[in-house]
Design a protein around this ligand. Structure first.
Ligand SMILES: Cc1cc2nc3c(=O)[nH]c(=O)nc-3n(C[C@H](O)[C@H](O)[C@H](O)COP(=O)(O)OP(=O)(O)OC[C@H]3O[C@@H](n4cnc5c(N)ncnc54)[C@H](O)[C@@H]3O)c2cc1C
Length: 413
């Protein structure tokens, strides 16, 4: 029988932190369980922030991981609206911003990240908005009035989803992207092109390969000036240029940090009894592969759950397939496995403009798939592809590209 810790603290009451707390109780942990979060809300999932919440079709309670009664029932102490300011791994103590010092036996760092700021803009300008938290999303929603002139900085997923929602709400939208194509860091050309065509068709003015030289205004943003001298007047500027992992607490506590908090195969950090999970966690997907972070719903869910098991002494190596989705206008993009931004090994064209892009490894085994289609139309195919990846069968690019060969058939074959 493994010795159970008496007190477990979770820092960060977001998706991974919330999932870890619930899992600890589901797994029978009956010691003291504290979750510290600097947001005032119950743990929640973030994908609806750029979609349903802005559109007015989703509310916080519909994407919270649990309600307050459930936390009470499970005796999870939620210290909301407070940050952890110091981690003393020698004494196993966590310091909070109000002076409290909490001893722990096991600790999970699930501190996520914050939106990267645009350096050219004073922090207090009220019409320059970012999107990471529920409160930021509420503020943005108030500004998205029909006819509002919106400039979105950044052609990654957050920028694109905000542009799509704002356009659907009747805003005039200009989207600025520094790269030659949309989401070029993570998507192949075919998907960047599909996104561009969709946004243009829906009336978003997408400008690629642009450089911002200044944001003009007095006490609020009035226009964005580009390097070519042109000026784009705006009522609102939304900045979606990526996120910065919240590693300060861990760094000052002496933990190993790279692009995130570095962990071993079991999500354990370099401090004994301290684990990390979610967007802030830098891990190796396979033994020997390079460190990486994943900023996805699925990773927060899986690592939150997994870290909880290991806090209880299970010592289970973490493994999961990367997966991601994005919804824009009436279209959906989904990926599973290892994909990347290079050309795929095979492309399967599907009805109504949908398609699947397949990535094979050196042994012709499927390692990743991206799909594009209306609504959730490619969801079933992506699930079948996930099974094909896990199955590890040798496949030919010809049969993968042929819509006449069903994916189920490939699984059986
Ligand atoms: C707008 C938006 C849309 C998204 N859409 C998608 C999507 O469509 N598909 C998809 O797969 N993924 C999507 N994601 C990504 C996904 O939501 C994240 O990967 C996930 O939320 C990460 O969970 P986390 O628990 O690691 O971090 P978070 O959910 O960010 O939680 C971290 C929490 O820790 C708190 N914290 C930080 N430091 C401290 C401290 N010192 N003390 C106390 N508390 C602290 C933070 O304030 C935060 O509440 C989206 C993200 C955003 C922001």
């Amino acid at each position: 029988m493994i010795n159970q810790p008496e007190t477990i603290i979770i820092v960060g009451a977001g998706h991974a932190g919330g999932r870890a707390a619930l899992t600890l109780r589901e797994e029978g942990f009956d010691g003291r369980l504290i979750m510290v979060g600097d947001e005032v809300h119950l743990p929640y999932e973030r994908p609806p922030l750029s979609k349903g919440l802005l559109q007015g079709t989703a509310q916080l309670h519909s994407y919270s991981l649990c309600d307050a009664a459930r936390l009470d029932q499970l005796a999870i102490e939620h210290i909301a609206g407070h940050s952890a300011t110091r981690l003393d791994t020698e004494r196993r103590e966590l310091h909070l911003d109000d002076g409290r010092v909490l001893p722990y036996d096991g600790l999970l760092l699930a501190t996520g990240g914050r939106a990267r700021r645009l350096p050219q803009v004073p922090a207090h300008w009220p019409n320059v908005l970012y999107l990471r938290t529920h409160d930021e999303a509420l503020l943005l929603r108030d500004h998205l009035q029909p006819g509002a002139r919106l400039v979105v900085v950044g052609g990654g997923f957050i920028g694109l989803e905000v542009a799509a929602t704002a356009r659907a709400l009747g805003c005039q939208v200009i989207l600025l992207e520094a790269g030659e194509r949309l989401a070029a860091r993570v998507l192949p050309e075919r998907l960047s092109a599909a996104l561009l065509a969709l946004h243009q068709e829906q009336g978003v003015d997408v400008r690629l390969a642009v450089k911002i030289s200044a944001v003009l205004g007095a006490e609020r943003a009035a226009a964005v000036q580009l390097a070519d001298g042109s000026q784009l007047a705006c009522d609102l500027l939304v900045v979606g240029i990526g996120m910065q992992p919240n590693v300060d607490l861990a760094r000052a506590g002496g933990l190993d940090i790279g692009q995130g908090i570095q962990v071993d195969a079991c999500l354990g950090t370099t401090a004994e009894g301290v684990y990390a999970a979610g967007d802030v966690c830098e891990f190796r997907l396979r033994p020997g592969s390079p460190f990486q972070r994943q900023e996805t719903w699925r990773n927060a869910e899986a690592q939150g759950r997994h870290a909880a098991l290991n806090l209880l002494g299970r010592q289970l190596p973490f493994s999961d397939l990367p997966a991601f989705w994005s919804d824009q206008f009436a279209w959906g993009l989904q990926t599973v496995g290892s994909t990347g931004n290079n050309a795929p090994d095979a492309t399967r064209e599907l009805p109504n403009g949908a398609f699947l892009l397949f990535y094979l490894d050196g042994d012709q085994r499927l390692q990743g798939v991206s799909g594009w289609g209306q609504g959730a139309s490619i969801g079933k195919d992506i699930k079948l592809c996930e099974r094909l990846i896990l199955d590890g069968k040798v496949l030919s690019s010809t049969e993968l590209a042929d819509p006449g060969v069903s994916l189920k058939q490939l699984l059986r074959g």
